[in-house]
Structure formats: structure tokens, C-alpha cells
Design a protein around this ligand. Sequence first.
Ligand code: UD1
Length: 383
Amino acid sequence: MKKIILVAGARPNFMKIAPVVRAIKNYNKSSVTKRINYQLVHTGQHYDVEMSESFFKDLDLPAPDIHLNVGSGTHAEQTGKIMIEFEKVCLREKPDLVVVVGDVNSTVACALTAAKLSIPVAHIEAGLRSFDRTMPEEINRVLTDQISDYLFTTCDDANENLMHEGIPKNKIFFVGNVMIDTLVAHVKLAKKSRILEKLRLRENGRLKKYAVLTLHRPSNVDNQLVLGGILRALNKVSERIPIIFPAHPRTVSRIKNFKLNDMLFFLDNPPLDDFPGKIMLTPPLGYLDFLCLMSNATLVLTDSGGIQEESTILGVPCLTLRNNTERPITVREGTNIVVGNTPNKIVKTAFHILKNGIRQKKIPKYWDGKAAERIVKILTKVS
Ligand code: UD1
């Protein structure tokens, strides 16, 4: 059987590549005559233990076969470094197919490298569009899809977006959502997490009401006024419900640079009494701890893409602190509301949801835990 390279580089990639690895292993176990020969490449875009290694452990992902160790840098530096290192890997390993996931710099860098070497590319989570070219991820998505040979999609919107951009129908495969495969596979295990006790959200078996916040988009955290406005709004919300904020390293460094520390308190300095009207900041959490935290939350506030999808499946109301989403299906069918980053609107909508809740419409088609199985089945036929 031919050789496949699977690429992962940044935190949201690990949840997407894990079910593909598992589906390949299952295929290899069940097939007597055919095997898929694969290698996992980690670009090193994310490198902190909390952003990378802990996910390999939680998701039972095998250690990468090849590590490019590129680390941080400007977009051009990071993309360029990944391309230079990944080209060496492709020339040496001569894969018949490169599989990339999501929309991070590692995705576009490896897709472009492979395409230029005439190696076919498969893109998992193709076709999502925010139609906002100021987002680095949108550029990554559009470019990756244009040079991919097999485009695996999560929803009908994505199929339509791709066809509008001139991608032939026979390259598009509607398979469902691999991120949800990972959620479905781990939701039981996540119940064993002790994070709620650790954060004193469950005491003597009693669960408190709380909200979970994540924030890392450049449009929200790179501007002092915008970030300050969001934090002020959320401090107001936290007078009614404690807000737990597992913060991305870039957000923590912006909070410090902008001297906004006094709007939050840090987990390493927790108050002895109950939560005051302030946001409670923790380091980034591992997959199982975060899933446990999100599953039991009353409300999720986020600018992440994946969390909009996960909260839809968990049935937890989600306020997306952005002006757009590349995942409109989570608004139409799930629990998502795109609220923007204007302080008044955030407070008003959060209070409304806390009072009235939100009704889930339905679970999107093929978000059923079997997307990776479908992908592997297709790959065995086409590659
Ligand atoms: C990247 C993705 C984004 C994804 C996010 C999830 C791109 C363009 N963006 O954004 O789509 O939602 O990951 O986390 O690829 N840093 C650390 N430790 C790490 C990694 C990063 O401290 O392990 C800090 C560094 O200061 C770095 C900054 O975070 O410069 C930004 O990291 P980078 O990977 O460039 O982009 P993200 O903002 O994480």
C-alpha cells in the first residue's frame, strides 16, 4: 500500500489528526491483504507542553515519527521554516499523499510544499469560509483548498463554498467532522477529570454554575482597547456568574504588556473565599480537563472555531466574540450566537442567555463520531 504523511502542528490540529490515526490503525488491523503505511509529522508550530505534548497524552496519539521543531515567528518566518523543513521530509520519504487538517500556518505550509513537489494533498475540514481576509486562517483555508486534490468537508456550506471557488465536485467529499469524532471518543473519559474540584467548581458533589472563556484571535487580543473592552464587559458578566479563562500564551503576554492584569486573577494566586466579580485565569488546559470544564458549563464565551462546534454537540450555549464565523451551521443548527466584540452587546447577550438559555435545533449531519472512518475508506480507494 502507498505511503501517507499526516501533518499536525498546532493545538487544534491534534484533535483532528487523532481520529484519522485511529481509523488507519483500525483499518490495518481489519485488513489482511492491505495496509496503510503512514507517518505522523509534527511541525512544532506549538511546542509548550500544555499546547502540544499534553494533547498527545490525552488523545493517545503516538509520538510523531518526524518533528520539524520550527517554533514561533512571524507568519512568513513560521510558514517559510515549515516549508523548508517539510520539503526535506518529502524528498526523503517520498510520500504518495500528504494529509493536512484545519487552517493553521502548518496546514498551508505543508500543503504548498507537497503540491509543488507534485505530491497529492488531502485537506480535512476544507471549504469553511468566514469571508474575512484579515484573518490569517482564512488565507490559509482558501490557499490550501485551491491546491488540494481531495477536499474533505464537514457541512453543506463548505461544499457550496468550494464549488463557488471553482473546485470540481469530484474532488469534494462530505464526510463530517473529525473534531467531533475526538469529542465523542473522549466524552466519557473526560468525566473522570478532577478539574472541577481543582477549580472549586464542584464541592461536596455540588456543581456550581460557571462560564468558560477562551480568547486568542489577533483581532481580539492584539489591540489594547479591544482587549480591555472585552475584559471589562466580561468582568460585568462575572458579577453574575464566575468565568474561568484558560488562557492561550499569546493572550497572557498581551494582558501583561497592556497592563490589564488587574481585571483578572491568576490561578496561582486564588482567593480563599468564593469567586469575586473578576475573571479567573488559568494556564491552558489539557484536552480532557477542558472537555470536562466545557461539558458542565452554563455558558461558553470564545473566539475559537473548534469550540463553536464542540459546544454545539455538548448542547452548551456559546457566544462567539467575533463579527463572523466560518461555521454558520453552529448558529443555524446548534447553540452558537455570533455576538461580536462590542462590550455592551456582549454583556446584554450574556445576561439574556443566562436568564433564558438557548434551544439547540439539531446535531449537524455526519457529526457522529465516524468522519475519520469515512475519510480512510475514501483514501483506500483513491490513493
Ligand atoms: C494558531 C493558529 C490558530 C489557532 C491557534 C490555536 C495560525 C495562523 N493560527 O494561532 O488558527 O486557532 O493556533 O491555539 O496558524 N506560543 C507559545 N507556546 C506555544 C505556541 C505559541 O508561547 O506552544 C505563543 C508564542 O508567543 C507565539 C504565539 O503564541 O508567538 C502565537 O503562536 P502561533 O502558533 O503563531 O499562533 P496562535 O496564535 O497560537
